[in-house]
Design a protein around this ligand. Structure first.
Ligand code: 3PY
Ligand code: MG
Length: 265
């Protein structure tokens, strides 16, 4: 019996995290898509489709923390789950990590101070001040010690650059220790410049290039979101490594429209 428990414990510890962080740090191309529906079944279907990672949108969707826990249970480790918290806050970050997210995405980071707050809330002491509690992330406390030992190293902190103020402060933001990647939010960035959705605009492109240059200098991975393959391909070619393309809701819409069109045209 004792041996059996020892084996189980070892397997649990080895499986407790995934290799997302290793690949992220090496700026390997990581292909993901966005989950916006609080639906474990949809998440499960998408998890069988081969994405490296999933962007769980806790900012704009109606999903609760419990919904996201169910979604991650359905994904069951087939893709890494990055949960976007609604806002940069200690409580949201703590809950997102405790339910077992492999990393978090924090929207609208505009200054080095906001970035270092996110770092503090994401990391256990001594690097940060994340509170300790048992949850799904640590097998409900069964592996708490092992989880705490690895969490600071293995969980990804991804900050969204999606306001012109963030672009202005980008050199300070990229120098904040403990940030694992930046991720451009093209819609909000263009909107903050009075150019909503004008992603080809010269000034919007220049702002994105400034972020890309700062990341390149610091060897910091950079991500981008687009609705279609065509919209993200130029960014992959430019060396953006953390790519999120499409959303679950849009996949359903397109499939349904395709069927109606096929049957009515
Ligand atoms: C944006 O485009 O603003 C986003 O947040 C995409 O993730
Ligand atoms: Mg945004």
């Amino acid at each position: 019996m004792q041996n059996r428990l020892a084996v189980l414990m070892k397997e649990d510890n080895e499986n407790i995290m995934n290799n997302f962080m290793t690949r992220l740090k090496q700026r390997e191309l990581l292909l993901g898509t966005m989950l916006s529906l609080p639906s474990p079944e949809t998440a499960e279907i998408i998890s069988y489709c081969g994405f490296d990672w999933l962007f769980l949108d806790g900012e704009h969707s109606p999903a609760s923390v419990l919904d996201w826990q169910r979604v991650m249970q359905a994904v069951s480790g087939r893709s890494a789950c990055m949960l976007r918290v609604p806002v940069n806050s200690e409580v949201h970050i703590k809950k997102a990590l405790d339910i077992g997210a492999d990393g978090i995405i924090v929207p609208m980071i505009n200054s080095a101070k906001q970035a270092s707050d996110a770092v503090a809330w994401t990391h256990y002491p001594p690097q940060g001040r994340r509170g300790i509690g048992p949850g799904r992330a640590s097998r409900y406390g069964k592996n708490l010690a092992a989880y705490i030992e690895r969490a600071n190293e293995d969980l990804a902190l991804i900050l969204q650059i999606e306001h012109i103020d963030a672009v202005t402060n980008i050199d300070e933001i990229v120098n904040v220790e403990g940030v694992d990647a930046l991720f451009i939010g093209p819609s909000d960035l263009s909107a903050s410049m009075g150019k909503t959705g004008q992603l080809d605009d010269v000034e919007v492109c220049a702002a994105m290039d400034k972020v890309a240059d700062a990341c390149r200098q610091r060897k910091l991975p950079l991500g981008y979101f687009g609705m279609t393959a065509t919209s993200v391909e130029p960014f992959i070619a430019e060396g953006y490594s953390l790519i999120c393309a499409g959303t679950d809701a849009d996949f359903v819409t397109r499939g349904a429209l395709q069927m109606v069109t096929a049957l009515t045209s």
